[in-house]
Design a protein around this ligand. Structure first.
Ligand code: HEC
Ligand code: HEC
Ligand code: HEC
Ligand code: HEC
Ligand code: HEC
Length: 416
């Protein structure tokens, strides 16, 4: 009996060990793939296989989109298709090639994009000949293109196919593809959304720490990856701080209004990061302002009772941090105010205003003032970028609550 029990225990230990070993080797394979895949600078694709037709060989997102219709449609609505906008372009005009390429590593990482940018900028190491047929002449303006994430040496790499999708096979277009679990791993994104430990810090904290924030979050513990939230059903959406619905879902606002007596009321607000698998927001760039307003029957009685800004404020030189009021995953910030509100009808309004590019609004304004020597093209691009940063601001729908007439009958409303 005892021998049987020991045997069973030993078998369990062995199979547990095998599981651990399998997990460790899968993990090592993912690490090795990502090191190769995101080894910078990314090498040129080289000559496409002879059997490739022109559309199969092309690095243009439109070409991929002629077959992968839904990914192309989604990608075009995403910020990944706009990583080369006026905000990057005016700065590239003031940089030499080495500094410019450092930006392109995340904003337009293919060798073919670097080459076209060098041609356009007149940088020294520009290619001598015209780009090959499979490189469209505007590839460097198209941002984070499909091929940057999926194509190396003309070989397609993609996630492990979902049920019902074709397994990799050489007879498929573009010679099939290599299925890699790494595409569904959060580390796939960290190459651009996480600084190395020796990267730029302000007040001791990295400027970009999204992967590490996620790694320590309840979302990570529950197995929810970056892709799980930002690419639901593998859709190429990447919605974030620029999207009102995504922000409304991330920021839970719980408001309680109570009458204390016939002259005074009290408002309690709890702001919670309920939906972001990292700090809300993760970068220094965006700011979210939450205000509590009181409005009476006559507009003159409108009053701002309290304001709280969520975000990490650093100066434009990236030297000092003025405040860091970001919300860790699951964390809450309380606001409480008591004020006079006599008899009559009163409404408490909770207003949420989002400035997704607040840091850039300040930085672009300062650069405009500080650099009278910029040429007309550079200044026009800078102004365009500045206007776009301001235009990105939006307001979530107000939450309006009638102040109760009775003491001891608090009203509680949750916006999420
Ligand atoms: C002529 C049509 C065609 C063109 C052009 C094309 N593909 Fe494909 N691709 C396919 C087909 C068919 C499959 C088979 C699997 C599927 O449909 O998901 C496939 C598979 C893939 C996969 C693997 C999907 C998975 O489940 O992992 C990726 C990634 C991919 N293509 C990326 C690209 C990219 C990037 C481009 C452009 C640079 C491109 N393809 C151009 C037809 C095409
Ligand atoms: C490690 C990757 C990485 C590098 C390197 C990088 N960026 Fe970015 N950049 C990002 C990410 C990620 C965002 C999005 C930040 C956000 O949404 O808050 C961004 C946003 C921006 C924006 C705002 C969006 C826009 O298009 O207006 C500008 C401008 C910008 N970067 C310029 C630069 C410049 C200039 C350099 C080089 C000095 C550079 N970046 C280097 C990753 C990078
Ligand atoms: C920022 C990197 C990135 C870019 C840019 C990108 N993809 Fe993807 N793609 C991914 C990741 C990551 C996955 C897997 C997501 C997952 O596993 O949840 C994926 C999955 C896919 C799949 C498999 C879909 C499925 O349902 O199995 C196809 C096909 C594909 N991408 C094509 C494209 C095309 C076409 C473009 C350009 C229009 C593109 N991708 C742009 C990262 C990217
Ligand atoms: C549990 C869902 C969830 C997970 C997991 C998640 N995110 Fe997010 N992410 C959000 C939501 C919601 C927002 C919008 C609110 C905000 O900006 O924080 C967001 C915003 C962002 C932004 C916008 C910029 C900013 O300053 O907030 C970036 C970039 C981003 N996520 C990248 C990532 C990356 C990379 C990972 C994985 C390491 C990841 N996210 C994991 C939900 C998630
Ligand atoms: C090659 C670099 C690169 C990779 C890989 C990459 N991103 Fe991005 N991502 C960027 C840049 C650059 C931006 C900024 C776009 C802009 O504002 O111009 C961005 C923007 C975003 C945003 C939009 C945030 C907002 O401001 O609303 C989200 C969300 C995001 N990325 C998530 C992801 C996820 C999830 C992955 C992994 C599947 C990923 N990214 C992989 C470079 C990258």
């Amino acid at each position: 009996m005892l021998a049987l029990l020991l045997l069973a225990l030993a078998a369990a230990a062995v199979s547990w060990g095998v599981l651990q070993w399998q997990r460790a080797s899968r993990d090592a394979a993912t690490t090795a793939f990502l090191q190769r895949h995101w080894a910078h600078p990314i090498a040129a694709q080289g000559e496409p296989p002879q059997r490739f037709g022109a559309t199969e060989a092309s690095l243009a997102p439109q070409a991929c989109g002629s077959c992968h219709v839904s990914q192309w449609a989604d990608w075009q609505t995403s910020l990944h298709s706009r990583t080369v906008g006026p905000g990057l372009l005016w700065q590239l005009r003031t940089f030499d090639q080495a500094n410019g390429n450092a930006c392109l590593r995340c904003h337009a990482p293919l060798a073919e994009q670097r080459a076209l940018t060098a041609l356009e900028r007149g940088w020294p190491n520009a290619p001598a000949s015209a780009p090959p047929d499979y490189v469209p002449p505007d590839l460097h303006r198209q941002g984070l293109v499909c091929a940057a994430c999926h194509v190396r040496q003309h070989q397609r790499h993609g996630p492990v196919p979902q049920e019902g999708r074709p397994q990799p096979h050489p007879d498929l277009p573009h010679g099939g593809y290599v299925a890699e679990p790494a595409f569904s791993d959060s580390r796939f994104c960290s190459t651009c959304h996480q600084f190395e430990p020796d990267g730029r810090r302000v007040n001791g904290k990295l400027l970009q720490d999204t992967y590490e924030e996620w790694r320590n979050s309840p979302a990570a513990a529950a197995g929810q990856t970056c892709q799980g939230c930002h690419m639901p059903q593998r859709r190429h959406l990447w919605r974030g701080i620029h999207d009102p619905e995504t922000v409304a879902h991330a920021l839970r606002r719980e408001i309680t209004v109570r009458r204390l007596d016939d002259r005074r009321i009290r408002v309690d607000v709890a702001l919670t990061n309920a939906g972001a698998g990292h700090y809300l927001p993760t970068y220094v760039v965006p700011k979210i302002q939450v205000s509590v307003l009181l409005q009476g029957e006559r507009p003159v009685l409108n009053r701002r009772l309290a304001t709280h800004v969520i975000g990490r404020a650093v100066d434009t030189a990236l030297a000092n941090e003025a405040a860091d009021t970001r919300l860790a995953p699951g964390a809450s910030h309380p606001m409480a105010v008591e004020t006079t509100a006599g008899p009559g009808r009163w409404q408490v309004v909770l207003r949420t205003e989002v400035a997704p590019a607040e840091h850039y609004e300040r930085m672009f304004a300062e650069m405009d003032a500080r650099h009278p020597e910029f040429d007309d093209t550079t200044r026009a691009l800078l102004h365009q970028a500045w206007q776009a940063a301001v235009a990105a601001r939006f307001r979530l729908p107000d939450t309006v609550i009638e102040v109760p007439a009775q003491v001891d009958e608090p009203v509680r409303v949750v916006a999420n």
